[in-house]
Design a protein around this ligand. Structure first.
Ligand SMILES: C[S@@+](CC[C@H](N)C(=O)[O-])C[C@H]1O[C@@H](n2cnc3c(N)ncnc32)[C@H](O)[C@@H]1O
Length: 196
């Protein structure tokens, strides 16, 4: 009887989770018109950490713009010298991320439930590195915050009309967005060059 009850509860949790995810997906796609939560894969995460450790070793302040469940932010915090602020505007994803931060005893990564662009605009700090996996529109908006961000590492999506200082082609994996295929690549932009 106990096992039947437990199975039933797990079944309910599972369906609640998927119901919320489907709702979030539709809300992101059709109302907010922002990229819904699709986690970055291991190859992309490894490449981001490798890029930070090899070229921005002294980066202490990193933001993750659109952090979903915070997996990438925690991975960066664990594997680099930086402190990471994970910014996520969807309440369900941000809550799961905060819970995962808590149960994994994160000290160097903190999740903030807020629109990432508002957070950057209102912050008194500059950020050494911003990591984003945002889709074409969100990525393009980041250029407006060039005075607050030194370096942008964008996963799979480019900033239109801006030449990256580096493109790292991972030659494996891809993501589909609006029926278009985006192969796994990192686009690195030095926003300091845009400042006068
Ligand atoms: C493709 S997912 C990436 C998740 C995570 N960065 C990873 O790599 O696993 C993009 C996330 O960005 C969030 N997002 C999109 N626009 C945002 C905004 N303006 N502010 C905060 N989060 C945003 C979405 O809700 C979604 O969870």
């Amino acid at each position: 009887m106990f096992w039947a009850y437990l199975l039933f509860v797990l079944f309910l949790i599972f369906y609640f989770f998927y119901f919320v995810k489907i709702f979030e997906h539709l809300y992101c796609s059709f109302i907010r018109r922002q990229v819904p939560f699709v986690p970055s894969d291991k190859i992309l995460r490894g490449a981001v950490v490798h890029e930070i450790n090899s070229c921005y070793k002294n980066a202490s302040r990193v933001i993750e713009v659109g952090s979903g469940f915070g997996g990438l932010a925690r991975y960066i915090a664990r594997n680099t010298n930086a402190n990471v602020v994970a910014l996520e505007n969807m309440i369900f994803s941000a809550s799961v991320s905060k819970f995962l931060d808590f149960i994994t005893f994160q000290k160097k990564s903190k999740t903030v439930w807020q629109d990432a662009f508002k957070y950057i605009e209102n912050s008194n700090h500059k950020f050494d590195v911003a990591v984003a996996y945002l889709g074409p529109d969100g990525t393009a908006r980041l250029i407006d915050y060039a005075d607050k961000i030194d370096v942008l590492i964008s996963l799979n999506f480019q900033v239109d009309n801006l030449k990256p200082i580096k493109v790292i082609d991972l030659k494996s994996g891809c993501v589909y967005y609006n029926r278009k295929k985006y192969p796994n690549k990192l686009f690195v932009y030095d926003f300091r060059k845009l400042r006068k």
